[in-house]
Design a protein around this ligand. Structure first.
Ligand code: SF4
Ligand code: SF4
Length: 268
């Protein structure tokens, strides 16, 4: 077995361990750093450059992003947007908010563990707790790396009509993070868009449905989830709609062979 293959297996092993440690299912892919960097907004390029530090040029030349996701356990998404006595059941909705926090923390542990082992740079899962302190959604952009960019390129899923990454097996019931590395590893290809004529997420959210008529529907989304006032900055109705969309009613089984050049699925 060559160096690239054995590095890939090592990273899979680490990610499997990270999944087991937090009792979550996971998905792992790899994509060249350069392609991701070139696709980012200018403000995000500055952010990534800062994270890469003295390794930036090396990463541009031959680096990769190890892109990965953890999956919400079955049933968690059911708690989104339920009604009780004519009102939103926020106690139930907060079960989802609690898992959102747990997945982000678990992703941060996984990226630190992998980065430490392979001497890469860990990305953080999200920036949270600031929605009410911002005056426009664009103020998020210089503070985060868009995990959707590397996840889409690494084949974790396709970019859905809700702008989230849709994995063919787990829908967008996932949270994303990554590690930048110059370790040579097998890359995984992006996948074909798979929404087809499904409109479930757009039917569930008026901002998504009418985004062509709004300046930036993400700003309406930020205001909505801030007003919702759950235990973390979430709404998630567009995730729930996708999980139960006709398009994803029968997700495919995991390929038991899991070839090195395809995304890798873990279970705890
Ligand atoms: S999170 Fe909620 S408000 Fe934001 S796009 Fe999804 S459904 Fe709409
Ligand atoms: S709900 Fe349907 S249209 Fe929306 S992202 Fe999921 S598969 Fe695509």
């Amino acid at each position: 077995m060559g160096e690239v293959e054995s590095n890939t297996l090592r990273i899979r092993e680490l990610f499997q361990k990270a999944s087991s440690n937090v009792d979550l299912r996971g998905i792992l892919g790899v994509t060249p750093f350069r392609g991701v960097y070139d696709s980012l907004m200018d403000v995000q390029k500055q952010w990534v450059k800062g994270i890469a530090g003295s390794m930036f040029v090396k990463f541009l030349e031959s680096g990769n992003i190890i892109s990965f996701a953890f999956v919400y356990p079955e049933g968690v998404i059911d708690n989104i947007g339920l009604m009780r006595d004519g009102m939103f059941d926020k106690e139930a909705w907060n079960i989802y908010a609690g898992w959102y926090t747990y997945l982000n923390n678990s992703l941060d542990k996984a990226s630190s563990m992998i980065a430490e082992d392979i001497k890469g740079e860990a990305l953080s899962a999200t920036t949270t707790g600031i929605a009410s302190k911002l005056t426009h959604v664009s103020q998020y952009f210089p503070r985060v790396v868009s995990h959707r960019v590397h996840a889409e390129r690494a084949g974790i899923g396709w970019r859905g009509k809700n702008s989230l990454i849709v994995n063919p097996r787990y829908s967008c019931m996932i949270r994303l993070s990554g590690v930048i590395t110059d370790t040579p590893i097998v890359q995984t290809p992006s996948m074909k868009e798979g929404c087809g004529d499904c409109t479930s997420c757009e039917d569930a959210c008026t901002f998504l449905k009418h985004r062509d008529r709004l300046d930036d529907y993400r700003e309406q989304c930020r205001i909505y989830l801030d007003k919702l006032g759950l235990d973390d900055e979430v709404c998630g109705k567009c995730i729930k709609a996708c999980v139960y969309s006709p398009r994803l009613a029968n997700p495919p089984e995991i390929n038991v062979e899991q070839p090195l050049n395809m995304v890798y699925y873990t279970s705890p």
